[in-house]
Design a protein around this ligand. Structure first.
Ligand code: SF4
Length: 347
């Protein structure tokens, strides 16, 4: 295996600024963070940090490889600056969202890394998998430490192939575990201690982030769905509709998930009945009764199931990249609608 220096150049470290090697590299540059608000060195770094946080807020944070050393240094130096800005804001929800964004961006890049580099990064994050003929094995204690927070059924130890204390995992699963560990690492010791004076000097940047946060609230929980846009439906719902329309007899749980989702976004009962019109066992009156029941005619209004529940019942179909950033099909729809609106406004 190549040595760590040969594999992780500073340019590559800029993809993973939370790694201990990246922290050591930044320290070696001997740039004093106390001069954050006064030194011109930070003129490009702070805006890069603000952009990173705003991208995380919008759920579009990406880290791309750059050849240019100055540019990659800016990106590496921006990591501690981002932590400082987040600490001045001291908003746990935002810190969490940033950590999720950073870990998902890392996951995207890790998928493309060579095996030796993947191993090096994994070990830097204190995970010690053993390469096998196909995939890896991981000691169950390490596995459980990370996987116990992952809700999908497949991560439960009882659903895994466990031999002599080692759990078999595929490459993509190792990267998913790594993503979880990275999220934890990014959140570690946050918020950091920052002087009031420094936060005061960074005020214009902090305001810019606050504004992005309040804008984000518009696609948050309180958003009105308005006109229905089927192009923005999550893949699971599109799959369920296609199944119904091609005459597949869908399960009770799929029917419930589909109906409750369509009701939650404001679709009328008659339109939902039309969607179910191609079901092999279609009975308009029975369908209307079921829809009205879910809508709350008997006093209890049902809400659509979360992604974790969808997964449990085998209804999470066609998961895509946006799915990685949400935990509820309604949030998928909200976010997709918002992204579409932004795209139209900027084109
Ligand atoms: S992750 Fe959620 S939104 Fe995406 S397909 Fe699965 S259940 Fe649907």
């Amino acid at each position: 295996m190549e040595s760590s220096e040969a594999i992780i150049t500073p340019n590559r470290l800029a993809l993973y600024p939370f790694l201990p090697q990246a922290v050591a590299y930044v320290e070696s540059l001997e740039i004093d963070l106390k001069e954050l608000s006064t030194s011109p060195v930070f003129d490009d770094i702070i805006p890069y940090s603000v952009k990173t946080i705003k991208d995380a807020i919008r759920g579009v944070l990406k880290r791309e490889y750059v050849e240019d050393r100055t540019e990659s240094d800016i990106r590496l130096l921006s990591y501690p600056v981002t932590r400082i800005l987040l600490s001045c804001l001291n908003d746990q929800r935002l810190i969490h969202r940033y950590a999720v964004g950073e870990s998902k961006a890392a996951r995207e890049n890790l998928r493309r890394e060579s095996e030796p580099l993947l191993m090096l990064i994994t070990e830097s994050m204190k995970i010690h998998p053993k390469p096998e003929r196909t995939g890896f094995t991981l000691h169950y204690t390490e596995y459980v430490k990370i996987a116990h927070r992952m809700k999908e059924r497949r991560w439960k130890l009882t659903n895994r192939d466990l031999r002599r204390g080692y759990v078999s995992i595929e490459r993509d699963e190792l990267i998913r575990l790594l993503e979880e560990r990275i999220r934890e690492r990014v959140m570690e010791n946050m918020p950091v201690s920052v002087s009031e004076e420094m936060c005061r000097d960074l005020q214009p940047y902090i305001e810019e982030i606050r504004e992005a946060l309040s804008k984000e609230g518009r696609w948050g929980e309180d958003v009105e769905f308005g006109e229905i846009s089927m192009e923005c439906f999550p893949p699971c719902i599109t799959h369920a509709i296609k199944s119904v329309q091609t005459g597949v007899n869908i399960s009770h749980s799929t029917r419930f998930a589909l109906t409750s989702f369509l009701l939650a976004i404001g679709m009328k009962t008659d339109t939902i009945i039309e969607i179910f019109g191609s079901s092999p066992d279609f009975d308009p009156e029975k369908t209307r009764y079921q829809i009205e029941h879910i809508r709350g005619s008997a006093g209890k209004r049902y809400t659509p199931p979360s992604c974790a529940t969808m997964e449990t019942f085998g209804n999470c179909k066609g998961k895509n990249r946006l799915c990685e950033r949400i935990s509820h099909p309604l949030n998928y729809y909200r976010r997709k609608m918002w992204l579409e609106k932004e795209r139209k406004q900027s084109s």
